[in-house]
Ligand binder design. Sequence first.
Ligand code: AMP
Length: 423
Amino acid sequence: MSFEKFELHAKIFAGVQALGYKVPTPIQLQSIPPILEGRDVMGLAQTGTGKTAAFVLPILQRLMQGSRGHVRALIIAPTRELSEQTHKAIGELGRSTNLKSLSIYGGVSISGQINKLRNRVEIISACPGRLLDHINRGTVDLSKIEVLVLDEADHMFDMGFLPDIRRIVKHLPAQRQTLLFSATMPNDIRSLANDLLQNPVNIKIGHTAPVESVTHHFYPVQMETKTALLKDILDKTDTQSVLVFTRTKSRAKSVALQLDRSGYKVTSLHGNLTQQKRQQALDGFRDGRYEIMVATDIAARGIDVTRISHVINYDMPSTADAYTHRIGRTGRAAKTGDAFTFVTGQDVSLVHSLKRVLGEKLQYQSVEGLTIRMPVDESPAGRRGNYGMRPNQSRRPFKPAAPRRRGSKQRSFDSANRQQWAH
Ligand code: AMP
């Protein structure tokens, strides 16, 4: 199955070709046809599945017909990064269409956005808070919206945005197409979908388990040894771009500082930075100036850096879903990737749940002098059985790669070897 089957406008097809997409991803295969027919769609899909193009392509197709110069499609996203990224995807896929999109989010001057809104814009990719601000000021007209997309709805729920979304929807025409994408389906999202979607086509892509193409290495470690272990892994592994996750903003900052002092090309991304600093960090990471980015969970969704070869959980995420979203940053669009997770005694029960999802793909690793015996799970489930691991025994012994010199490392992540979508 190729993109020709969708019979997209030649100018949109040109964008697909320019991005080098050959085969539609499963979410694209399943959702593009009903969206083109004008149906509402509820898509259960994790990040990295190609869901942005799954809704952007049919939106572009619809907007090729009809009048221009006013806002006809609205995409609501939880984070500035995701809003910016969707805007970028629209620009790339719609490069020949002359359709204009604008991203709207807080943390930057509102007057620049107001000026841009005065010029013709057909698509808005927005975060809820700033969009409401524009609605209240009367600087955006949503009365001619034909398509509404709620992207990463579960994340918007986590961030407390659902009341804002309901407020925004009151300003949209009742007669419209609504698409909702979410990696998980908590009850509040289900009831939002019941209220906003009409007779939707339900699409489910896989389980919310981390992408197939990623291998999961778990390192039992003590808090104070984490940075030494991180450096050891960075030195011995042939990496491309590495995303390191910490639990807190201050730890993201301090780990980045320690790596910087040791000569790594590193930046950090967390909520204490200004929008300008966040953008600089992302741009530098995306273009390869920084090989490592240390981030809090705000980076876990919406960052699309195709070169990410490794995700390292310096701190374990708080839930299995958060693990999925972090790991979704690597192995994107079926490229292979590796995930390393540092596990301390506090994390054992979450490891237990992940073990159930990942099964044999979860591999324990040990590094002499840096890892410890696997802490014992004191939870009732953990006491019942050893859930597949024994202290300090790795299924696959840690085989250090030949040490590489920073700045001159070879790239094993050969694009020619990247897997294509398998059907
Ligand atoms: P998304 O889940 O929308 O964030 O997309 C994840 C990544 O997959 C992005 O880098 C997209 O550019 C890429 N992608 C989307 N669709 C395809 C496709 N059909 N073939 C190859 N890559 C794709």
